[in-house]
Each structure stands twice: as structure tokens, then as C-alpha cells.
Design a protein around this ligand. Structure first.
Ligand SMILES: [Zn+2]
Length: 144
């Protein structure tokens, strides 16, 4: 699994560094090959998302439009991402349930959907990445 520099920069821009910043989030799109998932594009947050300091609820309608648009350009939805106002982020029960529900309800050929949470510590320390399906939550660790 590779995450492009452009996507890392997008995460850094939305880290909740001040006490007034809201959670942000969106989707991640990747080039798929038999041996590699390469995340090339990050979307969100959008004006139509619901956001507070400790809550991020994406606009599901806008998400589907993004999925269709990037698909036409050869990039596949692989992940949701959002921020947390904590240094080393941990997923909430809702975070895990939500990505599992998406996995079950979507049409795709993936073994799991990724869940990415961006905390406030310098990246990659401040990022949580896991691969999820209804049976498995596999936490991935960064290698630079
Ligand atoms: Zn969360």
C-alpha cells in the first residue's frame, strides 16, 4: 500500500491543530495492480458534510458522485479518511462499523476497505490505517 505525497499533504492541511478546528474527512482513490494499491487522490471535506470538533458525517450523495468521477479516470475507491482531535488517533466503534457497512453494501472486488484517521502528531506517527471487512480489522504500520 502506497500513499502519495499529494495525499499526505492533503491530510496535513486538515490536521486539527487548533482548539477550534473541526473534523475533516473524505475519500481516497487508488490505482490498483495485482501487487500494489497506490493511493493517488484524496477528496473532501465538502461544504455539504456535517462537521464539528468531534464529529464528521460525510455527504453520502456527493461521495457517490466522486466514486463515479474517479472511476472514469481509472482510480478506484479504497478508503474513507477523517481527522480526530487527538495526537495518536484511535478509531471509534462507529468508525469501524461504518467502514464495515460500506464494505458490505458496495459492489467491488476488494478484500477490505481501508480506514484512515489523521490525528495531530506529525505524520506518519499521527496516522492510523487499517484494512477492514466484516470479519477483520487489520492495523497497518507505516514504513517510510
Ligand atoms: Zn472517528
Amino acid at each position: 500500500l502506497l500513499i502519495s505525497q499529494r495525499v499526505i499533504k492533503h491530510f496535513e492541511k486538515h490536521q486539527q491543530m487548533s482548539s477550534s478546528s473541526c473534523e475533516a474527512g473524505g475519500q481516497l482513490f487508488a490505482k490498483l495492480s495485482p501487487h500494489e494499491v497506490s493511493i493517488e487522490q484524496a477528496t473532501g471535506p465538502r461544504r455539504s458534510d456535517s462537521r464539528s470538533r468531534t464529529l464528521y458525517v460525510p455527504d453520502r450523495f456527493a461521495e457517490q458522485i466522486e466514486i463515479d468521477q474517479w472511476h472514469r479516470k481509472g482510480l478506484h475507491y479504497v478508503s474513507d479518511w477523517h481527522t480526530h482531535p487527538e495526537s495518536i488517533p484511535h478509531p471509534s466503534g462507529d468508525d469501524v462499523q461504518s467502514i464495515r457497512d460500506s464494505f458490505s453494501k458496495s459492489q467491488h472486488s476488494l478484500h477490505g476497505f481501508l480506514l484512515v484517521i489523521v490525528g495531530t502528531a506529525k505524520l506518519p506517527t499521527g496516522v492510523y490505517v487499517s484494512l477492514n471487512n466484516p470479519q477483520v480489522e487489520l492495523v497497518l504500520h507505516p514504513v517510510l
